[in-house]
Write a protein that binds this ligand. Structure first.
Ligand code: GLY
Ligand code: MN
Ligand code: MN
Length: 433
């Protein structure tokens, strides 16, 4: 029986056949080259181009795939002769079955692919050297068709995403335990890596590990080695990669010493997030899900006394966005913020996010086997809230509550969701075992 990977490759072959659609005869996909720090021989962390990883999880520079309808895909495995770095690496049996493998010791040995070839990926100068004209490098129409299709996953991809979630949850458990044992941001970071058995450079993104007030910086990137006192809040946003596929999971933890109101907020956010997951249906629009998150956040802020008035009025005044300036989620796959989030269709026409939520990364209609995150949050960010302290809008906010919660930073809960035939599959919570 064909493996799920070979069925995935077969389905990509069909997608590409349709996407090429008479415009080109074949596509050459370049995974990318190594970059260097300026005026230095130190390498930047390499990450292969998404459309390359979609076919083959080889995170090495200068690899090429040739896709031509009606012919077996070809993988040009470039393995330079080198005694400074190890360049060779073993190939999985199923890659050998799916591709005709041609090993080259240099890109210079790459045969010219001929007229009618489109180039996908970085390295336009390499494409030129192979006789591919500029207009055939990353052509907009072809890319729009491929980007659009990538949102919907094959069973193989869904399995990788489940595994990436299971691994991340191991890391999250270890991180939580480290927090409860008074670990610093640095200690928690290492605990996550150790439990997942991944190096920083193998992760899909730099983990956000924020204690107390630092949780209010959405993409907080530092790792403090020491804290003046035991922390009361941990917001950790960290995921793993499995065969190129990313998980992207956020949890917020409290301790007995955390403020009671903040504990209620975390419990309320967890409920709110689960309710949003329950709303997922094929045919629904993602912007609706985001609007629902803003409405639910307004209700929660009223219930907890952080705001006063009427939920509808709060939404009209865009008060929830002062506490949740981010979008409720994004497409997820071989990139953590996957491509095509604003595409209306495969032509590349865009549906931008609504004016009231410019950070929303997807406006797509949901279809079965699409995978994305749902990650509502509530932050106490002085830069957003303070300008409203004396304003008309500010009259709906209980500033005493805000002042009490500033040093708790914020809360966000993030899971990875697959659209099922009728409802959602939560890849994060069901993969935790
Ligand atoms: N990890 C970044 C995000 O949640 O989108
Ligand atoms: Mn995240
Ligand atoms: Mn995310």
């Amino acid at each position: 029986m064909a493996s799920s990977y070979s069925r995935h490759v077969a389905s990509l072959e069909e997608n590409y056949r349709q996407a090429i659609d008479g415009e080109f005869e074949r596509v050459l996909i370049h995974g990318g080259s190594i970059g260097y720090h300026f005026a230095d021989d130190r390498e930047l962390v390499f990450q292969a181009y998404g459309h390359f990883t979609h076919w083959l999880p080889v995170g090495r520079p200068q690899q090429l795939l040739l896709i031509e309808p009606g012919r077996k895909p070809v993988y040009y495995q470039v393995v330079p002769d080198d005694y400074w770095y190890e360049q060779d690496f073993p190939l999985e049996d199923e890659w050998r079955e799916a591709f005709a493998v041609r090993q080259l010791s240099s890109l210079e040995d790459m045969p010219k692919p001929g007229k009618g070839t489109a180039w996908l990926g970085p390295g336009a100068e390499i494409a030129r050297g192979l006789g591919i004209e500029a207009a055939a490098c990353n052509p907009e129409g072809l890319l729009a068709r491929l980007d659009f299709a990538r949102a919907v996953k094959t069973p193989y991809e869904i399995e990788q995403l489940r595994l990436a979630n299971r691994l991340a949850m191991r890391g999250h458990e270890a991180a939580h335990a480290c927090f409860l044992a008074d670990g610093s941001e640095f200690d928690i970071h290492l605990a996550f890596l150790q439990a997942c058995q991944q190096l920083d450079e193998e992760l899909p993104y730099t983990p956000i590990i924020a204690l107390d007030e630092k949780a209010a910086t959405l993409h907080y990137q530092h790792k403090r080695r020491r804290l003046p006192r035991p922390a009361r809040v941990l917001l950790i946003d960290a995921g793993c990669r499995v065969n190129g596929y990313c998980s992207d999971v956020t949890r917020t933890w409290t301790r007995p010493s955390s403020h009671g109101l903040f504990k209620q907020l975390v419990a309320g956010m967890d409920r709110l997030q689960c309710e949003l997951v329950d709303e997922v249906r094929p045919g629904q629009n993602y912007v609706e899900l985001h609007s629902s998150a803003l409405r639910k956040l307004a209700v929660l802020l009223l219930e907890l006394g952080i705001c006063q008035g009427d939920a509808e009025q709060l939404v009209d005044m865009e008060i929830p966005q002062l506490f949740m300036p981010h979008g409720v989620g994004h497409l997820l796959g071989v990139q953590v913020h996957d491509v095509g989030g604003h595409q209306r269709d495969s032509s590349g026409a865009q549906t931008p996010p609504p004016e009231h939520s410019p950070a929303l990364r997807t406006t797509r209609d949901l279809v079965e086997d699409m995978v994305f995150t749902i990650e509502p949050g509530c932050y106490f960010i002085p830069m957003l809230l303070e300008p409203e302290r004396g304003s008309e809008i500010g009259k709906s906010i209980d500033w005493g509550a805000v002042d009490r919660l500033y040093d708790h930073g914020g809360v966000r809960i993030e899971d990875n969701i697959r659209v099922g035939a009728e409802t959602a599959e939560n890849l994060t919570r069901t993969s935790a075992a």
